[in-house]
Design a protein around this ligand. Sequence first.
Ligand SMILES: Cc1cc2nc3c(=O)[nH]c(=O)nc-3n(C[C@H](O)[C@H](O)[C@H](O)COP(=O)(O)OP(=O)(O)OC[C@H]3O[C@@H](n4cnc5c(N)ncnc54)[C@H](O)[C@@H]3O)c2cc1C
Length: 406
Amino acid sequence: MTDSPKRILVIGAGFAGMWSALGAARLIDAANTNGEPIEVALIAPEPQLHVRPRLHETNPLGLKAPLLPLFDATGVRFIQGSVRDIKAADHTVEAVNADGSTFTVHYDRLVLASGSALFRPRVPGLDTAAFSIDQISDAARLEAHLRGLANQPDSSARNTVVVVGAGFTGIEIATELPERLRSFLGANTAVRVIVIEQAGAVGPDLGAGPRPVIEQALTGLGIEVRLNVAVSSIDIDGIVTSDGERIEAKTVIWTAGMRANSLTKQLNAERDPLGRLHVDANLRVLGVDDVFAAGDVAFATTDDLGNHALMSCQHAMNMGRFAGHNVAADMLGSEPLPYRQPVYVTCLDLGSWGAVFTEGWDRQIKLVGNEAKALKRQICTEWIYPPAADRTAAFDAADPNVTVVA
Ligand SMILES: Cc1cc2nc3c(=O)[nH]c(=O)nc-3n(C[C@H](O)[C@H](O)[C@H](O)COP(=O)(O)OP(=O)(O)OC[C@H]3O[C@@H](n4cnc5c(N)ncnc54)[C@H](O)[C@@H]3O)c2cc1C
């Protein structure tokens, strides 16, 4: 694919990639250039948005949204494939098709938006015996396993799930589980959910603000929490903790930590401890010509107070809009818009107990229980989904001045 017009290539069809492509297409459309056409292309394994923030829910295979109608409406070209190599010096990427054949795509400007993956440290048994909810396929595997538990003889191990990590994802899946397990195993089954956290408090990165509410929900749902404890080993019948305790459990779910997608390592650029690329105010990768980054692969400043984007949907969506705008502005020779997102909120699902919604980086509680749950549902079923496959509506939504707080 080297026979192209000028091309902006976006890698990834997640929140950052989808909005990058729309943001770039919007500006090019508005510029109404009569010069050489500029193609906006997006490469990803599938033309679908995978709704990762919902992967703690039941029926994960349905948590994807089609993107081809939206791309057709907005003139974004979809290229099916998985990028294996970024050759920044040549302005090309090498990709592989579903059938295993490789191909090359040339770009004039690149937006890397290939997301993140669960961090898997070298804990014996983690790769073979633990479940996760990192990607749809992982969550689907867990779902099939949980449903299959009903076919196993009733035992304490069958009815026990260990969740490793009491961060955002760990809390969301743990609080979802009591009800979900009872739906598979019977309403009167004595289910146990045990959360293991090596820090001294639940939600260590969420700070003190929402913690009392989280603790109330965990207690209310009967979830056991072990703090200051790590996992030494995992097998199909349970775990051994760092203080030597054996916990019998047929289900162990690993949620502890994320790392930026490994394509970030192929660029000769500085990365943060999570593997994210340092970017400037316009989301251009520092030190790499013609490459921008957005979403979970980008370490970006959000405001003048020194806050940085988190690996989160709300940051990925807005970074995408800005990166798309700025990569197109760079090609058109127009002014970039520095990425700014001073408003930060958190909405944490707490299963059948409800949810907690906070505002600000100190996470002041604004809503709890059912009210927060209604907001969480709206965020997760409406706000983070792609816009309608309508050119005008999609371009309006892709305006970087429209900040989405989710
Ligand atoms: C269980 C769970 C719960 C979460 N809950 C929340 C929440 O409540 N709120 C919140 O804000 N965030 C939440 N998050 C985080 C949020 O999902 C991520 O921050 C967000 O998905 C990041 O968007 P992204 O576009 O950067 O990456 P992703 O959504 O991961 O998308 C990456 C895209 O890149 C593609 N890709 C990857 N590698 C390649 C390659 N080599 N070639 C081509 N394409 C490639 C992928 O197929 C995908 O299309 C949660 C995450 C998980 C896993």
